[in-house]
Design a protein around this ligand. Structure first.
Ligand code: 5GP
Ligand code: MG
Ligand code: MG
Length: 179
């Protein structure tokens, strides 16, 4: 897999450091509350585990699965709900954990869904933010790294379902998706 990567952006250690920092911030901000942590499948799984290990607060955990890419490197613009949230959302403080915010469409869709279900508050914790990609007006509250406007993979992020298990985040060689 390493041969398909043009450049490593964030090493395993840098990601661990960011997750630790965010977990500590969340611990401070959510002291005395009991938030529901919702991890957005599949991309956020590795990062969610890292953040949770640093999050020292009573919390329950759930998952939601959405899809907007359908295999390419450009967002399709349409968000599909692949797996519903099973927890009761009403009145809850929600921490949504994402891999990356690009256009912001996925996040906007999820925030609306949670608000319709009666969430009291929704905050967003993301490993990566690509502010240049933004098409709709949403923002993340806890950000690991701001990334340049390139297609990145690794640490949960895929290209055609591959590279999620790379232990770092890197830029994929264009030759891989131009094949
Ligand atoms: P948005 O709806 O903000 O455009 O995109 C959100 C989703 O698109 C992310 O959760 C992620 O799954 C995917 N995505 C956006 N940018 C990238 C990228 O650079 N690399 C990969 N692998 N996925 C991305
Ligand atoms: Mg995602
Ligand atoms: Mg994807």
């Amino acid at each position: 897999m390493d041969n398909d990567i043009e450049k490593v952006l964030y090493s395993r250690d840098e990601i661990a450091g960011a997750a630790k920092r965010l977990g500590k911030e969340l611990t401070r901000d959510y002291a005395g509350r009991q938030p529901l942590v919702i991890s957005v499948l599949k991309g956020a799984i590795l990062f969610t585990v890292d953040v949770l290990k640093e999050f020292d607060v009573y919390a329950d955990i759930d998952f939601v699965d959405v899809s907007s890419y359908h295999g390419g490197t450009e967002s399709s613009g349409k968000v599909d709900l692949v797996r519903e949230i099973s927890s009761d959302i009403k009145g809850r403080d929600i921490i949504l954990v994402e891999d990356i915010i690009d256009t912001g469409r996925t996040l906007k869709y999820l925030i609306q869904l949670l608000e319709e279900k009666g969430a009291h508050d929704v905050k967003v914790c993301t490993l990566l933010d690509k502010p240049e990609g933004r098409v709709v007006d949403v923002k993340a509250d806890y950000v690991g790294f701001n990334v340049p406007n390139e297609f990145v993979v690794g640490y949960g992020l895929d290209y055609n379902e591959l590279y999620r298990n790379l232990p770092y985040v890197g830029i994929l060689k264009p030759s891989v998706y131009q094949k």
